[in-house]
Design a protein around this ligand. Structure first.
Ligand SMILES: [Fe+2]
Length: 445
């Protein structure tokens, strides 16, 4: 049997070869004057108690909101209206619960929204109504989703230093500006995890949510390894259809939602107990058995480009056995802070028929990058480890998922591809899952 090498071991080896600074040194896409212009905004960003998150709902027509408030802020309200002046508003019940550091977590789910229509919302913080913000329910017959990962505010150096937080946040704002400048009508965005460096940092969370565009754009966030160990992720993101897991993080669990003819499933890959992931997949597919496309997001990439041929992070590769069973078309990941795309994969190797494409995003802020191995694995079709943030736009059509990946410094396309509907939407049972796991294990021999 070929030697199985874990990601941890590989990272340690790479640290010895490349030195710590190769990992710690950031690479931002913006010119120095962009940082100069951004820096004065920091004091307002870091002190902004009113920051709110928007999350895709269980299906089109539903949007979910979450924000924190202080212990003494006991009367919290939320209104939605079709009018900018908030006339004819509808008051929505706020669900409030205890949250991190004596804050309260306030969550609202708005349903019955019409496709193609714009709405305004306003909410209270310390009794003061926020300025109304607008969002639009984008049509779902053909729609675009923006994919980013590892903004990881605070990663580029000593995370308590203001200068570090300012430049990471500036890099994140720069990417958000670029992708929404190019795709202003995106239906929503997906973040592949590690939204901020410390799982309990209110300041880093505020920085991540600070781009003005995020008042209007729902983002489906994923639990990364840097989100584990505190409740803040679950306090500030109001995810739909959360699935109970036996070994859930404090941060939360996997969840799912649909948009148009696509089922999106978000897996908590910190939890490597496969039964839990199988449960998330089973519940999602049982609720929506017939969608044309099935897309999974998980923070760790089963087919990480950081690994060469013959090297495996076995517990992560086994996740892919479940994706084989459930006919997942596309898996989105992050964690390695470099962009990559695989062949169509099945059974632990390049598929001969149906299979799944794995796309991994680089750092969305530029706060940190990992290198590629000397020889890229044979299952990697496209890889980009230049120290520049990337994002990928996925357009979902009847015939294909069209992916276009950009580097943010030059707006140049670094990868473009189409994923055909090459899966048959089956549902798995315990026997097919066990067979699939053994098939994948044997592919590593
Ligand atoms: Fe990360």
């Amino acid at each position: 049997m070929k030697k199985l090498i874990s990601v941890t071991a590989l990272t340690l080896a790479a640290l010895i070869v490349f030195g710590v600074t190769a990992f710690a040194e950031p690479g931002f896409a913006y010119k120095p004057e962009v940082l100069e212009e951004f820096a004065p905004k920091w004091s307002a960003i870091s002190a902004d108690e009113t920051v709110i998150s928007l999350t895709p709902g269980a299906q089109i027509g539903e949007i979910r909101f979450a924000w924190l408030s202080g212990e003494k802020d006991t009367e919290v309200s939320f209104r939605i209206s079709a009018n900018e002046d908030m006339t004819s508003y509808k008051e929505i019940t706020v669900e409030t619960s205890d949250a991190i550091s004596d804050y309260k977590s306030n969550k609202v789910t708005v349903t019955g929204l019409e496709e193609g229509k714009s709405y305004y919302y306003s909410y209270t913080e310390n009794g003061v109504w926020s300025e109304p913000a607008k969002f639009t329910v984008q049509p779902d017959d053909e729609f675009t989703v923006l994919y980013v990962s590892d903004a990881q505010i605070g990663r580029s150096g000593e995370e308590t230093l203001e200068e570090i937080l300012i430049r990471d946040t500036c890099g994140w704002h720069y990417t958000v500006d670029k992708m929404l400048g190019k795709y202003p009508d995106a239906a929503f965005a997906i973040s592949g995890g590690d939204q901020f460096q410390s799982p309990d940092s209110i300041t880093q969370m505020r920085a991540y949510l600070s781009p003005e565009q995020l008042r209007s754009l729902p983002v489906a966030n994923t639990i990364g390894n840097h989100d584990d160990g505190a409740t803040l992720y679950g306090d500030i993101f109001n995810n739909p259809n959360e699935v109970r897991e036996l070994f859930a993080d404090e941060a939360g669990t996997g969840y799912y939602y649909t948009y148009g003819d696509t089922l999106f499933i978000t897996v908590n890959s910190n939890n490597t107990f496969l039964f839990d992931t199988a449960r998330v997949l089973r519940e999602a597919v049982k609720a929506h058995p017939d969608t044309k496309w099935r897309v999974v997001t998980m923070h760790h990439n089963p087919y990480s480009a950081s690994l060469a041929d013959g090297e495996y992070s076995e517990e992560r590769v086994l996740f892919s056995a479940l994706y084989d069973c459930y006919d997942i078309d596309l898996v989105l990941s992050g964690h390695d802070h470099l962009y990559s795309r695989t062949e169509v994969m099945y059974g632990g190797k390049k598929a001969e028929g149906e299979g799944t494409v794995y796309v991994q995003s680089s750092s969305a802020s530029g706060s940190n990058y990992d290198p590629l191995p000397e020889e890229t694995a044979s299952f990697i079709v496209s890889a980009f480890d230049v120290r520049v943030p990337t994002y990928t736009a996925f357009t979902f059509t009847d015939d294909a998922i069209i992916g276009t990946t950009y580097r943010t410094d030059t707006d140049e396309i670094i990868d473009s591809f189409e994923i055909a509907d090459n899966t048959s939407n089956s549902s798995a049972n315990i026997f097919t899952m066990v067979i699939s796991i053994f098939r994948t294990l044997f592919s590593m021999i």
